[in-house]
Write a protein that binds this ligand. Structure first.
Ligand SMILES: [Zn+2]
Length: 106
């Protein structure tokens, strides 16, 4: 199979504005949020990172953490305690399921 050489270049993160060395996504096209400049690993996530938060990136963490509070405030005392006991990754999963089911909005 022919391997296409990906060209690394200096890009500007569409989220934080910092410069980083990366590859512009070609196969999937350029996503609407990035204005053709992409997201740095800190904001957009680094698949090679060991910690879950670094894997999903700052942008996703900010998105989910904002919804943690909304969900927590709407729960009963019992459910609130259960939600608080979940790991960060499981809380993100709960938010993802609620978004997919339309229980909370994007
Ligand atoms: Zn960034």
């Amino acid at each position: 199979m022919l391997k296409v050489k990906e060209e690394k270049r200096f890009l500007t993160c569409g989220c934080c504005g910092n410069s980083y060395s990366g590859v512009i996504p070609k196969e999937n096209g350029i996503q609407s949020y990035d204005n053709g400049v992409g997201m740095c690993p800190a904001c957009g996530g680094d698949p090679k990172a060991k910690s879950y938060k670094k894997k999903i990136g700052w942008g996703a963490c900010a998105f989910y953490e904002a919804r943690f509070d909304i969900v927590r405030d709407a729960l009963s005392k019992e459910s609130k305690a259960k939600f608080e006991g979940l790991s960060y990754q499981k809380k993100v999963f709960v938010i993802q399921r609620m978004l997919a089911k339309g229980i909370i909005k994007w």
